[in-house]
Design a protein around this ligand. Structure first.
Ligand code: GAR
Length: 203
């Protein structure tokens, strides 16, 4: 059983998918704390509905610099006894206080097949390019945004004539399955970062 701390900024659909996998007994984990970078994030309401403990950080705090916010996040997550920090639609870069406090224990989900379409607008950029294959990546976060060691990816063929909204919902569908599956592998201690910074999943 692993203890998770989840970072969100928006609707929190991945957070809820993770929590529902826990409730169904498919993921041997618990969510100890949810921290939002936005006080009005919809995900906070949804977290409360599932009885999760939450905290929101203000824009003023982030305005002081990412380090100030990350020191608070790291100390709150440590106090909550968290093993892994799970970024689920967290639209800020994590910095040293979090990365040093949780070395190789910060995970991110990205709505594209990295290293393609890094950044905050991945789905729209992929759609505008007319990609024929789209997908989702889950990776360890490090100091370089969207470039940490890749743990898992899942791809699918993009249907002809798909709208942006349709592509978004296809991607979210994949995310909601893949994130709990990857976290379960972490719970089973089957994920290893190799010396060359690639990730191996043990049988
Ligand atoms: C997800 O699609 C996630 O992959 C993406 O934000 C969305 C959040 O949805 N993250 C990024 O783009 C990070 N660069 P959610 O709040 O409903 O989970």
């Amino acid at each position: 059983m692993i203890k998770l701390g989840v970072l969100i900024s928006g609707t929190g659909s991945n957070l809820i998918a993770i929590q529902e996998a826990i409730e169904r007994g498919e993921l041997d984990a618990s969510i100890e704390l949810v921290i939002s970078s936005r006080p009005n994030a919809k995900g906070l309401t949804r977290a409360h509905e599932h009885g999760l403990k939450t905290m929101a950080l203000s824009k003023e705090l982030y305005d002081l610099g990412a380090q100030a916010a990350d020191e608070i996040i790291a100390s709150q997550m440590m106090e909550a006894g968290v093993d892994f920090i799970v970024m689920a639609g967290y639209m800020r870069k994590v910095t040293q206080p979090i990365l040093q406090g949780f070395p190789n224990r910060v995970i991110n989900i990205h709505p594209a097949l990295l290293p393609s379409f890094q950044g905050a607008h991945a789905i729209e950029e992929a759609w505008l390019k007319g990609v024929k294959v789209a997908g989702v990546s889950i990776h360890f976060a490090n100091e370089v945004y969207d470039q940490g060691p890749i743990i898992a990816q899942r791809a699918f063929d993009v249907p002809e004539g798909v709208t942006l909204e349709e592509l978004e919902s296809l991607i979210h569908e994949v995310e909601h399955k893949l994130y709990p599956e990857v976290l379960q592998k972490l719970a089973e201690d089957r994920v290893r970062i190799m010396p060359d910074n690639t990730v191996r999943i043990l049988d």
